[in-house]
Design a protein around this ligand. Structure first.
Ligand code: AMP
Ligand code: ZN
Length: 476
């Protein structure tokens, strides 16, 4: 089965066919950098990171772009409140975003464009929309002209009449139709502004994604993603702007993907409701991979409920995976050898069957919930094989390590392999201390042996004595 994705444009699961064979252009809406991001925000960052990894695993060359919104009302208010410039605020929270994203195992995008570094491209996009007759200037503002765009509402599946009923004109807006939205906002005192053909001002929110996606990925892109709250108006507006600017009948985006909400007490987690927990606070309390594990345990489109119970269970899940891998690594050092009664072919067939199931799950609209279940089946198979056999051949260890390594390169829930850092200085030092402790125990110097165990414990290294020797692992 090849990859199928649920496309919000058609509300159907469709086979994924890229514009250019073997290549994928992928744009995901990024954070507004006025604060730490919260656990709800981390959902799109994590799930679309996994889709990107899966596409690469399947052999596509993926260009993944995720922007930073570094100018908007929230940025301006927060900067005023803190007594710093909008730019200083953006620098600070871009750095904080990168720290948390890294802890959550989210790979850096190929390009992370910032709106304020693309003002010329934004102005150029607006000029093209005006030239093509779909925007107008009104007293230093520029608005998209909804009445000139009959396709408006295609993505959110609503007709103009219903949308008009919900539209409002904010004080100070000078537009023809309540649904018209700002592409450019005339300068207000005390706000950052840039010169433009329509006077000093700043870009609207939606236009930055149109301008930056077209710069880095072209006018017709494969995948565009974000949370479901972005479908309207943000993505509807992006599509209208981009298609109005390009002036061709090619759609802006072929596959629109939206993740469901992360809920807390059955309400959307959001800054405005005040019911949020920052990802930073969550990962100070729980291992960061527990949060990633939690997000991937559900299908990305389903709503999920955030509870401390669920995070604790996820932390236990990550520990099980890590323990299984460290048991495997330890067994590879202490229990490798010939075993006539072990049926390697059968083991390999079982792993292959699970591999097929894993691929089927990921190809089915990247169903990470099912894929995580299969990862646990693989772990179960490895654990029982280890339990049932004292000695196992080299090939068993190679196959098992490769399987875990491959699945984790996609899901990223097991985390760094301590045994792979065997050659780094810290691991060598730990191995030396364990050796010293073993010698101390042999000479019945239990004071020294306890001292070494406690010293390592204080550094987050836990020891376990087994008949084959002493195992160590890092606590998460
Ligand atoms: P923002 O910084 O508010 O633009 O949000 C960044 C991303 O988080 C967007 O893709 C939003 O759709 C998404 N998002 C915001 N709140 C939630 C939530 N409670 N659950 C899932 N995704 C969310
Ligand atoms: Zn966007």
């Amino acid at each position: 089965m090849s990859l199928a994705l649920f496309n919000d444009l058609t509300r159907k699961k469709e086979p994924f066919i890229p514009i250019k064979e073997g290549q994928v252009t992928f744009y995901s809406c990024g954070p507004t950098v006025y604060d730490y991001f919260h656990v709800g925000n981390s959902r799109p960052f994590i799930v679309f990171d996994v889709l990107r990894r899966w596409l690469e695993h399947e052999g596509y060359h993926v260009t993944f772009v995720q922007n930073f919104t570094d100018i908007d009302d929230k940025m301006i208010h927060r900067a005023h409140k803190e007594g710093i410039t909008v730019q200083e605020l953006a620098e600070r929270f871009i750095a904080e975003y990168n720290k948390d994203a890294n802890a959550l195992g989210i790979r850096k995008p190929d390009v992370s464009p910032r709106a304020t570094e693309h003002i010329p491209e934004i102005i150029h996009t607006i000029e093209r929309i005006i030239e093509n007759g779909h925007a107008y200037v009104s007293d230093g503002d520029v608005y998209f002209d909804i009445q000139s765009w009959p396709k408006y509402g295609t993505l959110c599946k609503q007709n103009l009449e219903d949308l008009e009923a919900g539209a409002r004109v904010e004080p100070g807006e000078k537009k023809k139709d309540p649904l018209d939205f700002a592409l450019w906002k005339a300068e207000k005192p005390g706000e950052p502004s840039w010169p433009s053909p329509w006077g000093n001002g700043r870009p609207g929110w939606h236009i930055e994604c149109s301008a930056m996606s077209s710069k880095y990925l072209g006018d017709n892109i494969d995948i565009h993603s974000g949370g479901v709250d972005l479908m309207f108006p943000h993505h509807e507006n992006e599509a209208a702007q981009s298609e109005a600017a390009s002036g061709t009948d090619k759609p802006f985006v072929n596959y629109w993907l939206h993740n469901g909400f992360l809920l807390i007490d059955n309400e959307k987690m959001s800054k405005s409701l005040g019911n949020f927990l920052t990802a930073r606070a969550a990962i100070e309390k729980y291992p960061p991979l527990a949060l990633r594990f939690f997000m991937l345990s559900a299908h990305y489109r389903s709503p999920i409920n955030f509870t401390t119970d669920a995070l604790e269970q996820s932390a236990a899940g990550v520990s099980r995976l890590r323990n299984s891998r460290s048991d495997l690594n330890f067994a590879a050092k202490t229990r490798t050898g010939k075993n006539e009664s072990f049926d390697l072919k059968k083991f390999q067939n079982e792993l292959d069957e699970l591999h097929t199931k894993f691929s089927e799950a990921m190809n089915d609209d990247f169903n990470t919930a099912a894929a995580m279940g299969i990862l646990f089946d693989v772990v179960y198979l490895i654990n029982t094989t280890l339990k049932e056999n004292d000695i196992l051949p080299d090939e068993f260890f190679t196959l098992s390590k490769n399987a875990l390594g491959e699945y984790d390169s996609i899901l990223g829930v097991i985390g760094p392999d301590d045994s792979e850092s065997e050659h780094d200085e810290e691991s060598a030092e730990i191995e030396n201390l364990i050796q010293e402790r073993t010698n101390a125990r042999k000479t019945k110097d239990f004071a020294r042996s306890d001292e070494i165990r406690n010293m390592l414990k204080a550094r987050g290294i836990v020891l376990e004595d087994t008949p084959q020797g002493t195992k160590w692992k890092r606590e998460l």
